[in-house]
Write a protein that binds this ligand. Structure first.
Ligand SMILES: NC(=O)c1ccc[n+]([C@@H]2O[C@H](COP(=O)([O-])OP(=O)(O)OC[C@H]3O[C@@H](n4cnc5c(N)ncnc54)[C@H](OP(=O)(O)O)[C@@H]3O)[C@@H](O)[C@H]2O)c1
Length: 391
């Protein structure tokens, strides 16, 4: 029997993190967990550490360490406790770790991802922000260290699966599918009246709040266009967004010979997570199967880019280069926060991101510049929203 593959999982308590552990449990004893990291959820982190016998864990801040120590004590499991971004970088660089799964939310995942690549680890990448904000430094490092990034985002996993065995430079077009969100058919003028409760109801995927709102504005797809350009080394005009409300075809690739390959499956993140963990293998699991006959109508249509300006903004940010995409992402996350607090309207989110993109200082991509641009954009949107909303 081959030795278990040793994983480090950053963001273990989140939606992707818990589903990753579900796959690890289903595929036991194929994997061993060398380290786990989370931000604040000490009790769940401690119980995961106990369940998977993890020797080293990291929590968001110094103040969380005590709570984590107490939670671990309650489980009876002993583990080394680290904290902050340094803690995650340490885990990402552990000599015994073969693969690092990055599933933290936000730009905080960039430094640990770079640390893991520096050490030549295989990366399972869920955190969009890493390539959106820092693709220009991440991908050259991946190439120089000859390590692989296995995408976990379902669309990028689909593209990656379609590309298995394909010759280099044979992509003519990437067709990135989007559900279109809950307001696909709503007249544009009614968008500003959409409430957070309405926007939080996604028609096909069950995800966290930020990703659900981003799906409703198509910002999620906008971020994915940027992610796809970096991952598959194609210019933005080779990535086309196709609205596919059933979320069964997870994306497609059209090749130079005119053939188009699609990857299909139920909307269940455990499939792309599992594929990334075991690539290039395919394992026999009992995850739910898709019955093709249950989907008599698979439809595809072009997105309305006037109604949903996020796609235009992503192409603008890619064209501009530098820290523009980091600004777009940071501004959007705060705009979503402000929308959920009912400080701005649904349409106001796009307006805020547009304003931040116009106002930001243009800089080349370095880790420091990206983190500063992200912080600037968040602050800019917060202050702009507050000044608009206070008499
Ligand atoms: N959910 C999906 O279906 C999906 C699909 C594709 C891609 N993604 C991408 O995957 C990433 C994670 O998404 P998610 O939905 O799993 O998010 P989530 O449910 O909000 O979970 C985020 C995870 O990151 C941890 N975290 C946040 N800030 C941290 C910090 N400063 N230090 C250490 N850990 C930190 C959280 O810990 P606490 O729990 O302790 O706060 C949690 O474990 C995002 O980039 C998202 O765009 C998600």
């Amino acid at each position: 029997m081959t030795a278990p593959k040793k994983l480090v999982l950053l963001g273990s308590t989140g939606s992707i993190g818990t589903q990753t552990l579900d796959i690890v449990r289903r595929l036991a004893p194929r994997f061993e967990i060398a380290g786990l990291a989370a931000n604040r959820n000490a009790s769940l982190l401690a119980s995961q550490a106990k369940l998977f016998q993890v020797p080293c864990v990291s929590i968001g801040s110094e103040t969380g360490k005590e709570e984590l120590a107490a939670a671990l004590k309650e489980t009876g499991h002993k583990a080394e406790i680290l904290c902050g971004v340094e803690g995650m970088c340490h885990l990402a660089s552990l000599a015994e770790a073969e693969m690092v799964v990055v599933a933290v939310a936000g730009a905080i995942g960039i430094a640990p991802t770079l640390a893991a690549i520096e050490q030549g680890k295989q990366i399972g990448l869920a955190s969009k922000e890493v390539l959106v904000a820092a693709g220009a430094i991440t991908m050259p490092l991946v190439r120089s260290k000859k390590c692989s990034i296995l995408p976990i985002d379902s669309e990028h996993s689909a593209i990656f699966q379609c590309l298995q065995g394909a010759p280099d430079k044979s992509i003519e077009r990437i067709l990135l599918t989007a559900s279109g969100g809950p307001f696909r058919t709503l007249p544009a003028h009614e968008l500003k009246c959409v409430t957070p409760q309405q926007a939080l109801r996604h028609p096909t995927w069950n995800m966290g709040g930020l990703v659900t709102i981003n799906s409703a504005t198509l910002m999620n797809k906008a971020l994915e266009v940027i992610e796809a350009c970096w991952l598959f080394d194609v210019p933005e005009n080779q990535v086309e967004v196709v609205v596919h409300p059933q979320s069964i075809v997870h994306s497609m690739v059209r090749f130079h010979d005119g053939s188009t390959l699609a990857q299909m499956g139920l909307p269940d993140m455990r499939l792309p997570i599992q594929y990334a963990l075991v690539w290039p293998d395919r394992v026999n699991t009992d995850l739910p199967r898709m019955e093709v006959s249950a989907y008599a109508n698979l439809t595809f249509e072009a997105p309305d880019e006037e109604k949903f300006p996020a796609l235009r903004m992503a192409r603008q940010a890619l064209g501009e280069g530098g820290v523009a995409a980091a600004v777009m992402n940071g501004a959007n996350e705060t705009a979503v926060e402000m929308f959920l607090k009912e400080r701005i309207t649904f349409s106001g989110m796009g307006e805020m991101v547009d304003r931040a993109l116009q106002k930001h200082e243009r800089k080349e991509v370095t880790l420091q510049n990206v983190l500063e641009a992200d912080a600037w954009a968040r602050n800019y949107v917060r202050e702009t929203c507050l000044s608009v909303n206070t008499p």
